[in-house]
Write a protein that binds this ligand. Structure first.
Ligand code: AP5
Length: 218
């Protein structure tokens, strides 16, 4: 059990850096809202909403969903009661326009506490993404080699069926890494210049990364 953290934090990192794995664990223990734009979009796709239908093509191709759609979705989510005091933004912002919109919508006591940058070499990311499987029911994240379930294809946590994300195929992975380098990596300097950036070596076992995050998020 982790003590309650009153922080408003961004997890910034390339696809496969471990943002979702860590955000779920920290949020659960520390009673923070976990706001994952990827999970929110996948829920919209599964529900067949207008936003989901529009987003799906971008996601499957490994491209970013247009800023105006994402910004509106995140602003609405942050305004919900469970996100009143503390949250982790996982996968947002991803462009300069999104970072600026976030700055504008937060101020004073509700401003960002810090930004955690997950550093992992690109060759490691490809292996993590290709082998990832996620539970279609509870969202638990697994890996066929480094974190396998007891029975292949079945979630240990809830018995749900595991899914191979459509954007974890080789062509989409290549595109997502390229998009990260060109559109998201510049945010490292943006937040470093504002004194908000805390870098974590995320190429270590998940439990070691988790313990460091708890220290860095205080
Ligand atoms: P999203 O779902 O956010 O994908 P992502 O950022 O590409 O991140 P991932 O979920 O792939 O990786 P992760 O860092 O969470 O890693 P994980 O913990 O799962 O976005 C998907 C799409 O939605 C985007 O491409 C875009 O189209 C759209 N989208 C979302 N947000 C958007 C935005 N703001 N603007 C525009 N479009 C947006 O771990 C990966 C694997 O590694 C797992 O198998 C795990 O078990 C393993 N692993 C984790 N940690 C470790 C470790 N320490 N050691 C070994 N293995 C590990």
């Amino acid at each position: 059990m982790v003590a309650t953290l009153r922080s408003r934090c961004v997890f910034l990192g390339a696809p496969g850096a471990g943002k979702g794995t860590q955000a779920k664990k920290v949020a659960e223990g520390a009673r923070l809202a976990h706001i994952s734009t990827g999970d929110m979009l996948r829920a919209q796709v599964a529900a067949g909403t207008a936003l989901g239908l529009e987003a799906k093509g971008y996601m499957d191709a490994g491209k970013l969903v247009p800023d105006q759609l994402i910004i509106a979705m995140v602003k609405a989510r942050i305004a919900e009661p469970d996100a009143a005091h503390a949250w982790i933004l996982d996968g947002f912002p991803r462009t300069l326009a999104q970072a600026e919109a976030l700055d504008k919508s937060l101020s004073g006591a509700s401003a960002l506490s810090h930004v955690i940058a997950f550093a992992v070499p690109e060759a490691v990311l490809v292996g993590r993404l290709s082998g990832r499987r996620t539970c279609g029911s509870c969202g638990a994240i697994w890996h066929i080699e480094s974190n396998p379930t007891r029975v292949a294809g079945v979630c240990d946590a809830c018995g749900g069926a595991l899914v191979h994300r459509s954007d974890d195929r080789p062509e989409a992975i290549t595109k997502r890494l390229e998009v990260y380098r060109s559109q998201t990596a510049p945010l490292l300097a943006y937040y470093r210049d504002r004194g908000l950036l805390r870098e974590v070596d995320a190429n270590r076992p998940p439990e070691v990364v988790f313990q460091e995050l708890l220290q860095r998020m205080r």
